[in-house]
Design a protein around this ligand. Sequence first.
Ligand code: PLP
Length: 389
Amino acid sequence: SIQPAERLQELPTQFFAKLVGKANAQVAQGHDVINLGQGNPDRPTPPHIVRALQQAAENPQYHRYPPFNGYMFLKEAVAKRYKEDFGVDLDPEKEVAILFGGKTGLVEISQCLLNPGDVCLVPDPGYPDYWSGVALSGARMAFMPLRESNNFLPDYSSLSMDDVNKAKLMFINYPNNPTAVSAPASFYEETIQFAAKHNIVVASDFAYGAIGFDGQKPISFLQIPGAKEVGVEFYTLSKTYNMAGWRVGFALGNAEVVRMINLIQDHYYCSLFGGIQVAAAEALTGPQDCVHELVSVYQSRRNALYSALDRIGWQANRSQGSFFTWLPVPKGYTSESLADRLLEEAKIVVAPGVGFGESGEGYVRLGLLTSEERLQEAVNRIAKLNLFG
Ligand code: PLP
């Protein structure tokens, strides 16, 4: 029989595949399921971006292999956006790598930097794709618990010195999936000092960099002096422009890390389809009203959901960014037992916090990825379960 290589057996099981399976079974039985469990934007890509792809697809130039590591015009476009949005200067030639979505880079960076026996510091709870790259590199993860008492920021002083001394790479992610908090500049300053002192490369996952609530624009790690010396930021068009299916992301910052990521990509891929690169450049350099509109849609949904939850006595801190809400589970439940009950009795899918790591236990994640009416309907159904006695 055909046996997988050992490294494949190291890959974490996809917790959320189980969730999707349970939800699909309910849909197959004919139930009207409200899926708040996944992070898939529900709205379409703005039409001017789609038109840019249609036109570019007609151009035979893009039917050939694209240049290795992608077109310079797209690297220039993302550098221009970072300058305008964050005041950050990036050299498009040396400090920008084009990725198939942020996800590929988040997995590849571990393969670039980690040897067996090395440690990677990973937030808990956190986005599970960080685990996969570490597993494939044969290194070991040391979790950094994110606790509500510390505003869901890691406390570097509480980490084991043995782990810190062996660490070569660390992930941070604000606005955070799943806790939905944003980080202040002081946190990034502390991170840069910590990383420089212990010689650790920082991977800042800025997938939700455009989505901040109550007028608070998220801060980019690269805005902070010294950031480029210690790490890179992963940026993606998936959430900002409703382009999750297009698979466009970037690694930005430290030239040496960018060079390594490009090197790995050379071996796996050539680059994205040229037409997609043209459309991605249009997204970044064209009118940005679509981004403002997107933020205000999520803001209204967030406000509507929390007001409804307040009315049924489910109290939680307001999300500061991302398109998620992170809610403490009521007494008597685990995150999984609550998620199971919500699915079976209310036909609502939520993500149990434990799927993001042990420290996620005690919470469930609900996405703001459906209309205000459907969110309201979800809370009406939850109200009937009398979760709060
Ligand atoms: N990082 C976080 C925290 C995410 O939630 C996601 C997507 O869900 C990604 C990265 C990956 O995004 P993409 O590969 O679509 O760029």
